[in-house]
Design a protein around this ligand. Sequence first.
Ligand code: TYM
Length: 337
Amino acid sequence: MEEELKKERKKVILSGIQPTGIFTLGNYIGAVRHWGLMQEEYQCAYFVADLHSLTVRQEPAELRRRTLEAFALLLACGVDPEKSLVFVQSHVCNHAELSWILSCYSPFGALSRMTQFKDKAAKHADNVNAGLFTYPALMAADILLYQPDYVPVGEDQRQHLEFTRDVVEHFNGIYGNVFRMPEAYIAKTGARIMSLQEPTKKMSKSDTNPNAFITILDDPKVIVSKFRRAVTDSETEVCFREGKDGINNLMSIYSAVTGMSFEQIEHDFEGKGYGDFKAEVGSAVAEKLRPIREKFAELMADRSYLEQQCKIGAEKAAEISARTLLKVKKKIGLLLP
Ligand code: TYM
């Protein structure tokens, strides 16, 4: 009987996104677009990682506004609160609590090797804080509290997932089978969408050049014009090849939004110039994002619905995560109240 129950357990998915701005096309293609699609097959949990955003100085009113917007964006991108658990990280204090515990199982050396830490420390040299350094321990806590099988993320989060897996191995090695070993779920195409202006750099919402990234709420005209200005190369052939970073990026984007393979794209654009291709990518992206923009506007007009969903999500998340936290506390020897 127990075996049968085990077999019936739906695989669990968990992922999060920071509310540091409107999601970019990179966030969407690399991560969020998969989240809604996974709801049918898996038991999913998605959250707005507001505590992670505190590692960089935020304007308080703006962070508050963006957090609710990020919650609405998740729903607009297809996450359905009737099917998935959706919540705001700081509403569930278990994350911060397990994070402290796991930071005591996080080797200093491993934390110092995190490329995101090194990048952000260089970028915000005036604010290299302890939170920036222990960020992966919080991320491990986010994940392990819900015992997921898979964590769908973009390529840039792979190292943090590896870190989490090392924590599991270390912790379970001492205390037995406490945490399920999570696996990164990284799509073959689109897991690293590049800047439209510097295609060797990741597309990021904190880029100072607004032409470098598309946000999923950009106006269709703006989208088309940003693609028209996208940096490519001095050749003319639309094909996926090493060294053609700009075109490779546009092909990955086009493939993600249309479902076409690289071969089909190369075939369709044979003999056509980059201008035609860029125009087509721009309009395909604008069209793909249209329903998201519309749904977002609708959701933002009903603040009380959003707040109510945040509350329901937080209550459920607190209940689920409390089980893991209690197990951890018992194992490590904390006196229970
Ligand atoms: P964040 O908010 O930077 O990004 C959210 C998701 O978008 C992916 N992504 C990209 N994918 C493809 N191309 C890009 N240019 C691109 N930029 C971003 C990211 O890989 C990510 O999947 N630390 C996380 C949030 C987090 C989290 C977690 C994720 C906190 N706790 C637990 C999973 C599980 C972050 O800052 O993602």
